[in-house]
Design a protein around this ligand. Structure first.
Ligand code: PMP
Length: 415
């Protein structure tokens, strides 16, 4: 590998100087050279404890040995698919997903990312209902392709790309009455698109019963429910899917991030048989060349096995309780609110700059963390679900030191 200076120079000249400056400011100006489980080694000899987990995409940790083994075995026989012969790995994955997803979601379309999974969900809903409207929630994050971005909450990400798709309308998150009012008018939308817990908005947990109400209302109105579990899915909140907490079965379910086992890009859009009827006349109505390739499916199958056999949802719940309790015990005036479910935890600060100082302090003490994308006042804590009790304990100790250090800096500045 080239020296650090060379990598920095190439980032400046060929990737993004802005990104380089941002991560350097936060204390991440080193090259990652090796990762395993919850730890990442850097070129300057540090070992960082990963509480960012690639923005919630590492439920199984870095290079889980079982998933690595499955991909190595798969690589020994197939890579990309011929696309005309049958892909047995994809069939096995679709069947496995149908068995663990909420009832009724029996079909899967495979892509390569979260935004593609949502994009497909929006397209399927429009095609099924034959009308364009999509209701979404304020501050939502569904990805950055044009359809998913049309349901995005942050102006900073939307503005340069206007006009986005027409027919999209935001509603307050967690407010079932607002949805009821919106569905009461004459002009019905095709679907309501929602995250069970808003991730990038700052880890926002809706009131209990919200998803159940939303399911009932959309069903009664004849409107499809698209649930985006790209971040909440696969054990993160303490259940396989976050909708499982309320026994809700959406019409369309979007998953990605950890689905590729932390190794291969992978997204899936699951639907009911009813929605899937849009493919009856043309099975290539929506398609992706590399989506659902052998390696991605082999990784996802192994990931689902690991999720079940290592009881990772239950572990996420136990470690999440430990983390939330530990954070709440540390009473700091800098912290505005602590919230979350399972290992999807957010800490809100009064100001973006304070959150930035805490992230920098954590990095200096060997912990990786970052903001939520639509709300830089919130630090997200989403370690791999394999994180140990001792690692959570270690994190909490460093967190306390980082808060104290930040308080001292602010006092020194007279703030
Ligand atoms: N949906 C949700 C809920 C997400 O959190 C994200 C990513 N943060 C996406 C969609 C987009 O995923 P990707 O970056 O893989 O396109």
């Amino acid at each position: 590998m080239q020296p650090l200076e060379q990598t920095i120079d190439w980032y400046k000249k060929h990737i993004s100087e802005g990104f380089l400056n941002l991560v350097s400011f936060l204390g991440f100006d080193a090259v990652e050279i090796e990762a395993q489980g919850c730890e990442v080694k850097t070129s300057d000899g540090r070992v960082l404890l990963d509480f960012l987990g690639s923005f919630g995409a590492l439920n199984f940790g870095h290079r889980h040995p079982r998933i690595v083994g499955a991909v190595q075995e798969g690589l020994g026989r197939m890579g990309a698919s011929s696309k005309v012969l049958l892909n047995g790995d994809q069939a096995a994955l679709a069947a496995r997903l149908a068995a663990c997803a909420p009832p009724g979601l029996s079909y899967s379309f495979f892509s390569n990312s979260g935004t593609e999974a949502v994009e497909a969900g929006i397209k399927f809903a429009r095609a099924k209902k034959g009308r364009p409207g999509i209701l979404f929630t304020e501050n939502a994050y569904h990805g950055k392709s044009m359809g998913a971005l049309s349901a995005a909450g942050r102006e900073k990400f939307r503005a340069p790309f206007e006009p986005l798709l027409s027919g999209f309308r935001p509603l307050p998150f967690g407010d079932a009455n607002a949805l009821e009012d919106a569905l009461g008018g004459g002009d019905l939308p095709a679907a309501f698109l929602v995250e069970p817990i808003q991730g990038e908005a700052g880890i926002r947990v809706p009131p209990e019963g919200y998803l159940r109400d939303v399911r009932r209302m959309t069903k009664e109105a004849g409107v499809l429910l698209i649930v985006d579990e790209v971040q909440t899915g696969l054990g993160r909140t303490g259940r396989c899917f976050a909708v499982d907490w309320e026994d809700v079965s959406p019409d369309i379910l979007c998953i990605a991030k950890s689905l590729g086992g932390g190794l291969i890009p992978m997204g899936a859009t699951m639907t009911t048989e009813d929605v899937w009827s849009i493919f009856d006349e043309n099975p290539l109505l929506h398609s992706s060349t590399l989506g659902g390739n052998h390696l991605a499916c082999v990784a996802a199958l192994a990931a689902l096995e690991v999720l079940e056999e290592e009881s990772l949802a239950e572990k996420a719940w136990a470690r999440g309780c430990q983390l939330l309790e530990g954070l709440r015990r540390l009473d700091s005036p800098l912290v505005k609110e602590i919230r979350g479910k399972g290992l999807m935890v957010g800490v809100e600060f009064a100001e973006e700059d304070i959150a930035g100082l805490v992230i920098t302090a954590l990095a200096g003490k060997g912990i990786m963390a970052a903001y939520t994308l639509n709300n830089p006042e919130v630090i997200r804590l989403e370690p791999p679900l394999t994180v140990s009790e001792e690692q959570v304990h270690r994190f909490l100790k460093v967190w306390e030191e980082a808060l104290n250090g930040t308080s001292e800096i602010l006092t020194g500045l007279g703030m």
